[in-house]
Design a protein around this ligand. Structure first.
Ligand code: HPA
Length: 253
């Protein structure tokens, strides 16, 4: 049986579609997750929800306990994760308000606890990460978007930066040369930890600004807020459409 978890990012700190909601306070070997994990019912199945930055959006990207978040979701029985993130757009195909389902990652983060292989148990685990996201889940989400006529960008290269500051124009120019089409602060190490944990993981990114230097001028935070508010409503619609259509490949009933 598959169990789906949503990790919500900036502008997505609740999934109000859930009914019969319960709170789980998990503590893992890696410490506490960002907050309590909700479970509830949608479209006849149990869904988990975790707000990545905490319920009051108080945890900055470099302080998130990514290991505890992934470990706690796995301990609760999650097998598939859809991770929602807000990003800056670098490529012409990723303007503000566009939803992107990236297929690749370049990791520029540093100093984060990025692996479960911490030397405290005996196993050093090497994972294949050629394709960092679950391709079957990406396909399903792209299909769900088409079914509700929601325009999305079906591929993208997520450049993960350290934050919490935004980038300089020169950094974004370098990232564009590296092939990045979007830039965010929380895509890593979340994606590789999910792979280490054996979970199927997909990212759904909402572009909320042009990245630094892509267009003239500086970045306006008021505009970001507006894009977050309107764009995350579309992300919620997309996730609902996907959940309604998601077929359990291995039902236990
Ligand atoms: N850079 C990094 N992270 C972001 C951005 C950005 O421009 N916008 C939203 N998250």
């Amino acid at each position: 049986m598959t169990n789906i978890a949503i990790i919500g990012g900036s502008g997505f700190d609740n999934f109000t579609a859930l009914t019969d909601v319960r709170e789980h306070r998990q503590v893992t070997r890696f410490g506490q997750p960002s907050g309590f994990i909700l479970s509830g019912t949608y479209a006849g199945r149990e869904i988990f929800f975790l707000a990545r930055h905490g319920s009051g959006h108080t945890i900055p990207p470099h302080k998130i306990n990514y290991r505890a978040n992934i470990a706690a979701l796995r301990e609760l029985g999650a097998t598939e994760i859809i991770a929602v993130t807000a990003v800056g757009g670098i490529a012409a195909s990723t303007p503000p308000r566009r939803i992107v389902i990236p297929n690749q990652i370049v990791d520029y983060t540093y100093g984060r606890e990025h692996t479960f292989s911490d030397g405290l148990d005996s196993v050093v685990q090497h994972i294949d990460f050629t394709y960092p996201f679950s391709e079957p889940l990406r396909d399903e989400i792209i299909r769900a978007a088409a079914q509700i006529s929601l325009p999305i960008e079906p591929t993208g290269v997520y450049g993960a930066t350290q934050g919490p500051r935004l980038e300089t124009a020169a950094e974004i120019s370098r990232m564009a040369k590296d092939g990045c089409t979007i830039v965010g602060m929380t895509g890593m190490p979340e994606a590789s930890l999910a792979r280490e944990a054996g979970l199927n993981y997909v990212n759904c990114s909402l572009v909320v600004n042009w990245a630094a230097g892509v267009v003239d001028g500086t970045i306006e935070f008021a505009a970001i807020e507006q894009h977050l508010k309107l764009g995350m409503a579309s992300v919620q619609q997309l996730i609902k459409a996907w959940l309604e259509r998601h077929r359990d490949p291995d039902p236990k009933i």
